[in-house]
Design a protein around this ligand. Structure first.
Ligand code: 6PG
Length: 218
């Protein structure tokens, strides 16, 4: 993968800068780590009218559920991203129909190349909702798939982009913080590609924004 590894005490700052400067097709992720960066990006940019915002993955819960990635992103970024077109994954439809619907939406938009995709990393090495050794890792035809059994909490089915879309992005940025991610960071970004660490299968122009704790194993 040969990523550009950047370690700083405040990796949300460069992440926010990248998000605020994003061109037309922006893909954002869930979890808790990006929340600060989303808030700062929303404050830094006034006009989002040329930006289409996609999601990497979603938990199969309603959009107002505490585990909804959309709910987190809405509060931190989307409600303040004036003019942006938001493509929400409808988790409430379940993994099968939810993935099929998002796949149709992506196709109908012309399968756009993502200008910037923000990714997180789980302590087990997952990214998006692509979990260790899951068959979804081998999917090359479909852009979006459902995952019935996630490898980590919250233990609800998921909808996720596949590596076919992730690896085609113009710029791929991981934002990872905390000592509990150090082992996964080492495996993902300095080890060989391995389906037991899904993030290691990401390829392309990859930047990894880390705090010192997350970078400790590199
Ligand atoms: C999800 C995510 C997932 C996330 C990582 C890291 O829906 O769970 O999109 O890929 O980025 O699990 O999550 P944290 O930032 O909460 O550690």
């Amino acid at each position: 993968m040969n990523p550009d590894l950047q370690v700083s005490d405040d990796p949300a700052a460069p992440a926010a800068d990248l998000l605020a400067g994003a061109a037309a097709q922006l893909c954002i992720t869930g979890g808790s780590t990006p929340k600060v960066a989303y808030g700062r990006a929303a404050a830094a940019r006034e006009d989002w009218s040329n930006v289409e915002i996609w999601f990497t993955d979603e938990r199969c819960v309603p959009p107002d559920h505490e585990h909804s990635n959309y709910r987190m992103a809405k509060a931190a970024l989307l409600d303040r991203a004036a003019g942006a077109t938001v493509h929400r994954m409808r988790g409430e439809l379940g993994p099968g129909e939810g993935a099929a619907e998002y796949g149709r939406e992506y196709e109908a938009a012309g399968r756009p190349m993502l200008d910037l995709i923000l990714l997180g990393l789980g302590p087990d090495g997952h990214t998006c909702s692509l979990f260790p050794n899951d068959p979804a890792l081998a999917e090359r035809e479909r852009s979006v798939v459902g995952v019935e059994t996630p490898g980590m909490a919250p233990l609800v089915p998921r909808i996720t982009l596949t590596l076919s879309v992730v690896n085609a992005a113009r710029q791929i940025v991981f934002l990872v913080t905390g000592a509990d991610k150090a082992d996964a960071v080492a495996r993902a970004f300095s080890g060989p590609p391995d389906p037991s660490t899904p993030a290691s299968l990401v390829e392309g122009a990859v930047t990894v924004l880390l705090d010192p704790e997350a970078a400790a194993g590199l």
